[in-house]
Unconditional design. Sequence first.
Length: 104
Amino acid sequence: MADTGKHQVLPTNVRPTHYDLTLTPDLKSFTFEGTETVSQNAIDISYDTQKQTVSRTFPEELPTESKVALHLEFTGILNDQMCGFYRSSYEDKSGNTMPDNPEK
């Protein structure tokens, strides 16, 4: 990945062709689970928890038009810091707090 200083970007010769993302929030424990499959053309996987990134390298160069897929399973916290996948609520004009708990 190319590091542009603020963030990393995919090289121009790697192009994701499909994302399949599932997020399952638990609004009682303020956590979530998820899965993601990224299909791309272009294995070692390395994680950078500080930057919250995943990098992959292959043992040899892949031929042009090769198809690969990366499948991730993850869990996380629904924080209240307005960053990432977060929880929030608001009060409407009638004084009702939203979102209303869907399990009521």
